[in-house]
Design a protein around this ligand. Sequence first.
Ligand SMILES: NC(=O)c1ccc[n+]([C@@H]2O[C@H](COP(=O)([O-])OP(=O)(O)OC[C@H]3O[C@@H](n4cnc5c(N)ncnc54)[C@H](O)[C@@H]3O)[C@@H](O)[C@H]2O)c1
Length: 257
Amino acid sequence: MTEPAQNTVEPGTVVVVTGGARGIGAALTAHLTAQGAAVVVADVGDAGPLVDRLTAEGRQVSAVQTDVADEQSWARLVSAVLERHGRVDALVNNAAIYMDLGAKSPFTEISVADWDRVMAVNTRGVWLGMRAVHPAMQEQGHGRIVNIASSTVHMGVPYFAHYTASKGAVIALTRTVAREVGRDGITVNAIAPGLVETEATFSLNDRDYVATAARGRAVPRPMVPEDLGPAISFLCSRGSGFITGQTVVVDGGVTFV
Ligand SMILES: NC(=O)c1ccc[n+]([C@@H]2O[C@H](COP(=O)([O-])OP(=O)(O)OC[C@H]3O[C@@H](n4cnc5c(N)ncnc54)[C@H](O)[C@@H]3O)[C@@H](O)[C@H]2O)c1
């Protein structure tokens, strides 16, 4: 059946945003709730301040403390969302070890423990999330999943091999799962952001590196979290129903795939 061409989320759309307590996830939560979505923030950290701020502005937002690397944590989250809202229309898999990488380091110096920790959150977390929401989306006959990858995969950015590998796997998972769930009315896409000016980016890179990146774009300006909002709401909307398995690079024109 053809879906209506609605290119932003409809008011009342129930969206789970992982890692929404700060940075890009917080900006996506603000963007989606401004369009009338009911967002559930799933973060291992404290999303309370964001929820309080947006609630005071009349937005529909709540939080369930969640560790995306943990299967039981996902089960508790999905139960809470279904109890609260009765359905889950979209999942934005944004949580990752990024700021918590601490520092960039050569591939020869990454420990096995750090490699496993990054893979557990950034890759296993995305797989577990898709697996956790699938039964509800299948029953609804509708669902949108958006996985946050990274343009570092396309650029081959050095000195965080575990991070880039984890994000490459997110793109691979997006394609595979898209093929498995398309018949259920569920789309799965990825967004690969360029270097976004978040607290995390400034903790991992010096200011010159970030400024040079901004000047090198086809659209030569700093990239801010809000630059990702329109792509997210489109991929969470009904109107994007014939687009699946894709990775949309949002980087102001650095890498062309
Ligand atoms: N900032 C950039 O330049 C950039 C570029 C490309 C992609 N990304 C991706 O965008 C997303 C957000 O980036 P950011 O800059 O806001 O990073 P960030 O490190 O500031 O935010 C990550 C969020 O994920 C949460 N999180 C971490 N581990 C978790 C877990 N186990 N369970 C649940 N939540 C967990 C953190 O608490 C935090 O709120 C990440 O997927 C990152 O890889 C960022």
